[in-house]
Design a protein around this ligand. Structure first.
Ligand code: NAD
Length: 373
């Protein structure tokens, strides 16, 4: 059983899919680990640290020759060419946005696991890459939005007068949004938040923020995710958001609907209605944008002086922390594939987690969500 960990090739990606801790555990389970030299540099993990943990440090060819390859981002075109029949690929493969690539894994006979598709059950928590990375993104979006804001977060009472606290609005209170609320509260802002799932209202309030908005009938699916709003519900939400934004200093948006384009919640006219000096940051900029006009990786200042920031791969900007969590998620998943007795990787499709993340096997696309369309 050999696992390869190549250096990530996507521009700007600093994370790595293994840590010294995960290497140690994999080696103890009888797995050989080959790390591409320099793979951990962006995450502040030296080749020596991997070697001390029991890995071999070698070139990209050696890492890609392994039976199982661990990745952060889905393969680039050049990386995809390296995949071979029977090889196992595990990572954040972004399957809904890369249907052609999924078809290519199948055509090559690759056994591919997209960990975004793991069912969100209790047993899957230790492998939940969406949660571990969204949690850090929720923290980082607040840090970045505050850095772009030229006033203060907390109230300050001084002999020279009082500085009022920032009014901070969080749109979408999933894993990232809840961490954003907690972080903004710690910094002293007055925090409000909105979501469409009934459970989210209570979670927002339990963090000491005020819920604003409305929960549509059946706002959550049986899977616990939000559903797209009807045109009428969208209008109701838009009215509420438009009114609320006028008094807000910082807005961070984190709303997503799995497998779909992110919902558009803040229009350009709403941004225009905000006060000069306000900051709007869109975590969903890469998946379609919650905010009209936001572009991933770009910051624009509107004519009326609002700074609009399109977030791009925030977890990568905390690579030493996010890699440790991501690597642990992957290691926990890979352990489900390790058959110590047979000394081989096996794919047990009776296991709901293995089956839930499996997208291609034996030359076919096997995940039901990816078979049509
Ligand atoms: P997500 O990234 O899919 O979406 C982020 C948030 O945006 C969600 O709270 C969603 O309700 C909200 N949203 C979507 N459309 C919206 C709209 N039009 N207006 C306002 N908000 C909107 O969500 P996530 O962070 O992955 O979490 C989704 C669910 O999964 C939550 O219920 C969470 O508690 C649950 N979860 C469960 C586990 C577990 O182990 N059981 C782990 C993580 C998350």
């Amino acid at each position: 059983m050999r696992i390869g960990v190549p250096r990530e090739q996507q521009p700007g990606e600093q994370r790595v899919a293994a840590s010294p801790e995960t290497v140690k555990k994999l080696v103890a389970a009888g797995v050989e680990v080959v790390i591409e030299a320099g793979a951990g540099r962006g995450a502040a993990i030296a080749d020596e640290a991997y070697k001390s943990a029991g890995a071999t440090v070698a070139d990209a060819d050696a890492a890609w020759a392994a039976d199982l390859v661990l990745k952060v981002q889905r393969p680039t075109e050049a990386e995809q060419d390296r995949l071979r029949e029977g090889q196992i690929l595990v990572g954040a493969l972004d399957p809904y946005q890369s249907r052609e690539q999924v078809a290519a894994y199948a055509a090559k006979g690759v056994t591919a696991f997209a960990l975004e598709l793991l069912p969100r059950t209790t047993r899957a928590q230790a492998m939940d890459i969406l949660s571990s990375q969204a949690n850090l993104a929720g923290y980082k979006i607040v840090v970045d939005a505050v850095a772009a804001y030229s006033r203060c977060m907390p109230m300050m009472m001084t002999a020279a007068g009082t500085v009022t606290p920032a009014r901070f609005f969080v749109v979408g209170a999933g894993v990232a949004g809840l961490q954003a609320i907690a972080t903004a509260r710690r910094m002293g802002a007055v925090v409000t938040a909105t979501d469409v799932r009934p459970a989210a209202k209570q979670e927002i309030e339990s963090l000491g923020a005020k819920f604003v908005g409305f929960i549509p009938e059946g706002g959550a699916t049986s899977g616990g995710y939000a559903r797209p709003l009807t045109a009428e519900e969208q209008q109701q939400q838009a009215q509420m958001v438009a009114e609320h934004l006028k008094s807000q200093d910082i807005v961070v948006t984190t709303a997503q609907i799995p497998g779909r384009k992110a919902p558009r919640i803040v229009t350009a006219a709403m941004v225009d209605s905000m006060k000069a000096g306000s900051v709007v940051m869109d975590l969903a900029a890469e998946t379609g944008g919650n905010v009209e006009g936001s572009v991933a990786g770009e910051t624009v200042t509107t004519a009326n002086g609002v700074t609009l920031i399109g977030a791009m791969n925030l977890p990568s900007r905390l690579a030493p922390a996010s890699s440790i969590l991501y690597a642990k998620n992957l290691m926990n998943f890979v352990m489900l594939l390790v058959d110590k007795e047979a000394k081989a990787f096996t794919v047990d499709e009776e296991d709901d987690l293995v089956k839930g993340a499996l997208i291609t096997k034996g030359g076919s696309i096997v995940h039901p969500n990816l078979q049509n369309a």
